[in-house]
Design a protein around this ligand. Structure first.
Ligand SMILES: Cc1ncc(C[n+]2csc(CCOP(=O)(O)OP(=O)(O)O)c2C)c(N)n1
Ligand SMILES: [Mg+2]
Length: 315
């Protein structure tokens, strides 16, 4: 397969040294089928998230690189957005349709969850996942807009995604477009001052088509957020900046669907979703453990995670 990203770069996985294959190839599930009732939609999302988590941990083990804890805390939000919420299709992405909804992964260290979600959604050939973080691959450890068509912004240095998303949302309002911009942020990431300039601008400009999802797993690298530089009262701060604030369980598909579905907000304000999540969710040995920010799972860790994911425990 030859995949042609924008800007003339050509990637052929056949040229690369690929990682070993996973225990089984992922299922490319695509979007929630039209007409599905809520229970069927949620079942589809749960299945997709399990595919993403089980493939993701195998990639990270083989590549010896990744941030599995923070990937597991946003997996449910990612699959909900790509498979159920966003007005987007592989064809729209390929054509770079200006009217497509946008997703910016500001916490770019969790790129592997984004790539795997794109593969489950039909935006990326699953074979390409085997090139993750190899020399010459389009799948860098942090996502590159120049290498992957479906990546809307290059991220990795924390504190950039929300300012970029504000600009993208402003461009939507200038062209009177209904397109929405979703941005996924870490909670530790909010310690970067650039976010607060962007929160202020978005509130002042009433960017109702903008939604910031805050992955409130309460951990960052090496310590808790509270020990490092506490954010609370986070909801009050965001409301004071002119945002509509929703607090949800970030692993509950019904709550995710309702919260994302409320964008654009009828109040005419940008929406912040503060999502209570757990690093490493739902795997028992990883859950809420700060070491799993970027610890690399060994073979036993992978085996246990797959057993728990396939058994549906913790969900
Ligand atoms: C500007 C910047 N400083 C430091 C880092 C290194 N770094 C990567 S992830 C991370 C912790 C982020 O914590 P959080 O935003 O809470 O992410 P999550 O818990 O979701 O993994 C740090 C310090 C970075 N990528 N960018
Ligand atoms: Mg965090």
């Amino acid at each position: 397969m030859t995949y042609v990203p924008p800007f003339g770069l050509v990637h052929d996985p056949g040229d690369l040294e690929l990682l070993p294959p996973p225990d089984r190839e992922i299922e490319v599930l695509g979007p929630v089928p039209p007409g599905s009732n809520r229970a069927a939609a949620i079942a589809h999302l749960r299945r997709a998230a399990t595919e993403v988590r089980r493939r993701g941990i195998q990639t990270i083990h083989e590549a010896n690189l990744g941030h599995v804890g923070g990937e597991y805390s946003i997996t449910d939000a990612l699959v909900t957005l790509y498979l159920a919420v966003m007005n987007i299709s592989p064809e729209q992405v390929e054509a770079q349709d200006p009217e497509r909804d946008r997703l910016i992964l500001s916490k770019g260290h969790t790129a592997n969850a984004l790539y795997t979600t794109l593969a489950v959604g039909g935006y990326l050939d699953p074979i390409v996942l085997r090139s993750f973080a190899r020399g010459g691959s389009m799948l860098n450890g942090h996502p590159s807009r120049r290498k992957v068509t479906a990546v809307e912004a290059s991220t990795g240095p924390l504190g950039h995604g929300l300012p970029v998303a504000v600009g993208v949302a402003i461009s939507g309002t200038l062209s009177h477009s209904p397109r929405r911009t979703f941005v996924l942020l870490g909670d530790g990431e909010l310690q970067e001052g650039s976010n607060w300039e962007a929160f202020m601008t978005a509130g002042n400009r009433h960017l109702a088509n903008l939604c910031a999802f805050i992955d409130r797993n309460r951990l960052q690298q090496g310590a808790s957020v509270a020990e490092t530089n506490e954010l609370e009262p986070l909801g009050d701060k965001l409301r004071a900046f002119g945002w509509e604030v929703l607090s949800i369980n970030g692993h509950d598909y019904g709550q995710l669907l309702d919260a994302f579905g409320s964008v654009p907000s009828i109040a005419g304000r940008p929406t912040a979703i503060i999502a209570d999540t757990h690093k490493g969710y739902p795997v028992s040995y990883m859950r809420d453990q700060v070491a799993w920010h970027h610890k690399i799972p060994d073979e036993a860790h992978v085996a246990q995670a797959l057993a728990e994911l396939d058994g549906g425990s913790g969900r």
